[in-house]
Design a protein around this ligand. Structure first.
Ligand code: SF4
Length: 254
């Protein structure tokens, strides 16, 4: 999964940009999830859900149109991320998190210094004069600008584990994240960013979160390690062709 943050002060165009980038990434064939930070609690008072939440930590609501899982209390982003199995996660808000790159939305020139923590891929704004004055790189409403922004997100979004072990030589994840944004390092410098397993389906890479990655690895080792005469599974490349359409059809009809 690749992650991009979108930060900015109130009414700077964050939500419009989040929506536009999400739509465009999906048009390009990617799966996308959004996590938004809010200081306002979701109001479930006077509902059955609210009544459950008074005493129960996990509550799910399933309706014909959509479903929601409500986790009581404050949960961190990494925990929430483990619920998503997508190509891209767009994180709106959370400007204090320092382990993935960001797009900064500006509505005033002097906001830039307050928001630039060295993780900024580029800036965007909703006011055309900011682009004319070269305060922002892109305009949220410009179609060509949006295409360029999305291409950059596809190429440059990333996430580090936020374990701050220092094994990359940067002391913490923030240090390496800044170097990656600057272009002097790559994500693989993080000793934990080398995927333990990579899966391609129809030549398209399937991005797995760490939980799913570990799960698939366990399943694959469990399936193949008892087989004889296959050599070591260390660094193995396993190809599976699902080309027996009649068999699949049989299962569909059953
Ligand atoms: S090796 Fe990875 S987890 Fe450890 S500090 Fe560097 S970036 Fe963070």
């Amino acid at each position: 999964m690749k992650v991009i943050g979108i930060v900015g002060f109130k009414k700077s165009g964050k939500t419009t940009l989040t929506m536009s980038i999400a739509r465009s990434l999906m048009d390009r064939g990617n799966s996308v999830a959004v996590v938004k930070h809010s200081s306002e609690p979701v109001d479930h008072r006077n509902t059955d859900t609210g009544q459950f939440m008074e005493e129960i930590n996990w509550v799910a609501l399933i309706t014909p149109e959509n479903s929601e899982i409500i986790l009581k209390g404050n949960h961190n982003l990494k925990e929430i991320m483990s619920y998503f199995l997508v190509d891209f996660l767009i994180v709106e808000g959370f400007k204090n998190l320092k382990y993935f790159p960001k797009i900064v939305c500006l509505k005033e020139e002097d906001e830039k210094n307050a928001l630039d923590d060295g993780l900024v891929l580029f800036t965007a704004g909703i006011d055309a004069s900011l682009k004319e004055k070269k305060v922002v790189n892109y305009l949220v409403s410009e179609e060509n600008d949006l295409e360029e922004m999305v291409s950059q997100v596809e190429k440059r979004a990333f996430i580090l584990p936020d374990m701050n072990c220092g094994k990359c030589g940067y002391g913490n994840c923030y240090g390496l994240a800044q170097a990656i944004v600057k272009g002097s390092e790559v994500q693989q410098k993080c000793v934990y960013s080398q995927d333990i397993i990579s899966i391609h389906i129809n030549k398209k890479r399937v991005y797995l979160n760490s939980f799913m990655s570990q799960l698939y690895q366990n399943v694959i080792y469990g399936m193949f390690s008892p087989l004889k005469n296959i050599g070591s599974l260390e660094n193995a490349r396993i190809e599976i062709d699902l080309n027996s359409k009649s068999e699949l059809k049989k299962q569909d009809n059953s």
